[in-house]
Design a protein around this ligand. Sequence first.
Ligand code: NAD
Ligand code: DAU
Length: 353
Amino acid sequence: MSIIVTGGAGFIGSNFVLDWLKAGDEPVITLDVLTYAGNLENLAALEGDARHTFVQGDICDRALVDRLLAEHRPRAIVHFAAESHVDRSISGPGAFMRTNVEGTFTLLEAARAYWSALDEAGKAAFRFHHVSTDEVYGSLKPEDPPFAETNAYEPNSPYSASKAASDHLVRAWHHTYGLPVVTTNCSNNYGPYHFPEKLIPLMIVNALAGKPLPVYGDGQQIRDWLYVTDHASAIRAVLAGGRLGETYNIGGWNEKANIDIVKTICALLDELRPSAEGSYARLITYVKDRPGHDRRYAIDARKVERELGWRPAETFETGIRKTVQWYLDNPEWVARVQSGAYREWLNKQYGAR
Ligand code: NAD
Ligand code: DAU
């Protein structure tokens, strides 16, 4: 048996593939078109490993997806591929509609055709695992309880609206066609191979370069952070034992204000790579806020804990230390992802703020 992983060269997908092949020997076929966020270097440890096949291609390419399903006869599709950055969705929403909505639709239709033709045992074993986000639930007030699976969908950004649309498609393909789906809605991930357009890696990379640390608005927005390999273990648990058609919220009970995250990174760098010019906190710079910025996310992860016994292995303190250390240990990876296109993005996004 094997599984197909879409978006497996991105941040979470690559951590998932590496983790999957560490935990067992079931082969993985990674399908990834390699946008700016996809990086084969993330999977370099698997070079020459017969358990892993990489296919460069687009999830919107139905003929390609059909061919991969026919050739590899997987027992599951784990679907990570997406445009994932909120700020990019604000400046250019089109790619988000295409990949996140049309791409998920294409995969669902290909999966439905493949699954319908399986024998009864194959049908019962097959899973379409959709990887989604807590952002579909919108923004919480300070006194609100964390997001439960029963919360209404209230997406606020083009990114979260496109992910909400994809979640609804997945739900409908189960309800109408009986496709065996599970969906996970996870909070903010952090860890190795995180592209430095997102808060945590951007702050580490900028601090080491002596550049400003751009905090949006008042920096009091709250996110709920989960170390990426804990997300990978949650997906394995839900894929193995999640009830069909159900959604599971995944999170580590780690609500933190952005400014506290930035200060924690500065303190760790002060300890691990002290700067002659004084604390890295001197670089903190408040900049214009993100339009429509969600104030607070928090995940109630009791369902996945109760039903599947999943718990995160890392605390925020252990995870953030490992993460900072990984960026210090991998300057070549950092240098190579800072291509011309990356620098153009920084100029466009931060130049006028
Ligand atoms: P990422 O941007 O790092 O990686 C996305 C990957 O998908 C890249 O490798 C990219 O090349 C690939 N891709 C994009 N368009 C494609 C297409 N049309 N066909 C094939 N491949 C394509 O994203 P990430 O942070 O690793 O997120 C992965 C998934 O997890 C996404 O679905 C995202 O919505 C979800 N998620 C992310 C977080 C987070 O904190 N990063 C939290 C919860 C859920
Ligand atoms: O909640 C899960 C989501 O988390 C995922 O679905 C998304 O794919 C992922 O990108 C992430 O979205 P966020 O918008 O929360 O992540 P980001 O790292 O872009 O920003 C985190 C917070 O930090 C957010 O409140 C905005 C703020 N921020 C971000 C950047 C890039 C800053 O203050 N300055 C910055 O330069």
